[in-house]
Write a protein that binds this ligand. Structure first.
Ligand SMILES: NC(=O)c1ccc[n+]([C@@H]2O[C@H](COP(=O)([O-])OP(=O)(O)OC[C@H]3O[C@@H](n4cnc5c(N)ncnc54)[C@H](O)[C@@H]3O)[C@@H](O)[C@H]2O)c1
Length: 419
């Protein structure tokens, strides 16, 4: 790094943070920050994408690291323009020629000189967009889950490996991994506070989510994209789209992924066509290599009791993984609890400016694959093994994405009946 570019980089690091940065001997990672603020582009301008762009700006302010959101991309023009306006009001600098829309908008954004790409489209698109971002040598923040099928998970694993070779940072939107109370609790579990973990429980049970009806002038593709939660090729079903958070915690505690899944589920209440073809509840037992079992339950049905949490039982105690341990000694987390959505961006930015890449691609790809394994067990009524998933050629992306042609909704999966 030349003197001029180093000066420029340091211009972006102000005040107390500059002193702290100097003390840490920050060496910026490949390309990032060499010529001024870190430039950020957002792909997928919905609620979470715009939130993630705001969070990375907040993290930059917190660290005193220059961050400028300069580009947005979305399949729909209204979404991209809305994000441009909202983010510019919040301090971004997105010019009109950096607002991209269409199915190939992500490619145009990746071709710009952004240093960091935020991926927040429906997860069916994540593998190809992540691969493209890594091939273009961008640091990546990608929302969970990172795929909807085994082929996609393996693509993310391979691109994550490539990111390691390129020295790029990859953070995924499993924000619990960045929450101080989860980190401190799970560190203690790993240090033996409850002995060997022999049973685990993971839950995401809540009411229904938003649904967008098809208007008369909407093509099938537009409706499915705008109503993406309800189509497995886009969301992976809710066990993958939402419950992956809790499954990921148990994989983190266990230090590995399960070897098999035995599950069931169905569509009891959300049966109308507006809900596509996904299930509204699942219950799956996963088995880990040491024989420990995880019971996982997820439900999106109004009027039922809610539960979103994790719980593990060890040979010498138990814990909620997030703030308390009852073992030989009782322990409670009493430290700070910063917003984990900002904290994940703090960790991403720190890793880039220090030149110490973090790479969460493999972990989130494994947790995504775990959830897919559970879904497939429920859909088929059969035990599904990790080894089956790693060999499976299941790819749910439709052969052709066209706004002018019909895109039929697949049938609701029926266990015990071959599809
Ligand atoms: N970590 C969390 O707590 C959390 C919370 C909410 C959502 N999420 C995840 O974030 C992602 C986005 O969810 P959301 O709630 O923002 O959904 P959303 O529907 O609000 O936004 C998705 C956006 O992606 C756009 N899009 C769809 N296909 C595209 C394509 N091929 N190329 C470019 N843009 C495309 C849509 O038009 C839309 O604007 C999902 O993976 C979801 O699971 C994570």
């Amino acid at each position: 790094m030349g003197d001029v570019s180093r000066r420029d980089f340091l211009k972006t690091v102000t005040g107390a943070a500059a002193t702290a940065a100097a003390a840490l001997s920050i060496i910026p990672g490949a390309r990032a920050g060499e010529t001024g603020p870190l430039k950020v582009g957002l792909i997928g301008c919905g609620g979470r994408g715009v939130g993630a762009a705001r969070d990375i700006m907040a993290a930059g302010k917190q660290l005193g690291v220059g961050v400028r959101v300069i580009a947005v991309a979305d399949v729909f023009r209204d979404r991209a323009k809305g994000a441009q306006d909202g983010l510019n009001d919040a301090g971004a600098d997105i010019k009109d020629d950096h607002v991209f829309f269409g199915l190939d908008a992500y490619k145009k954004l990746i071709e710009t000189d952004v240093d960091i790409v935020l991926l927040a489209t429906p997860p069916g698109f994540r593998p190809e967009q992540f691969e493209a971002a890594i091939n273009a040598k961008k640091h990546v923040f990608m929302e969970k889950p990172v795929a909807v099928d085994p082929v996609g998970c393996r693509k993310v694993m391979a691109a994550g490996q490539k990111a390691k070779e390129f020295g790029l940072s990859v953070v995924s939107g499993t924000q619990r991994r960045h929450s101080f109370s989860y980190r401190e609790t799970i560190k203690r579990i790993h240090d033996g506070a409850i002995g060997e973990v022999v049973a685990a429980y993971a839950y995401w049970c809540q009411g229904g989510l938003w649904v967008r009806d098809k208007s008369p002038n909407m093509s099938d593709l537009e409706w499915q994209l705008r109503n993406w939660l309800y189509f497995t090729w886009l969301s992976g079903d809710h066990i993958v789209e939402q419950h992956v958070h809790n499954i990921d915690i148990i994989n983190w505690v266990m230090g590995t992924h399960p070897v098999s899944a035995f599950g069931m589920g169905g569509r009891q209440v959300r049966t109308a066509p507006r809900y596509g073809h996904i299930y509204d509840h699942f219950a799956v037992e996963f088995e880990y290599p040491n024989g420990a079992r995880m019971l996982s339950m997820c439900r999106q049905i109004d009027g039922c009791d809610g539960r979103v949490s994790e719980f593990v039982v060890g040979t010498r105690g138990r814990s909620n993984c997030n703030g308390w341990i009852r073992g030989e000694k009782e322990w409670r987390y009493e430290g700070p609890k910063p917003n984990p959505y900002v904290q994940e961006m703090v960790h991403l930015l720190e890793s880039i400016v220090k030149g110490e890449p973090i790479n969460e691609a493999q972990n989130i790809a494994e947790s995504t694959m775990t959830a897919i394994m559970g879904r497939e067990s429920a859909y088929t009524g059969r035990t599904v093994r990790w080894s089956d998933m790693m060999k499976s050629d299941m790819s749910l992306m439709p052969k052709e994405l066209s706004f002018d042609k019909p895109l039929p909704v697949p049938p609701v999966p029926m266990p015990g009946r071959p599809m």
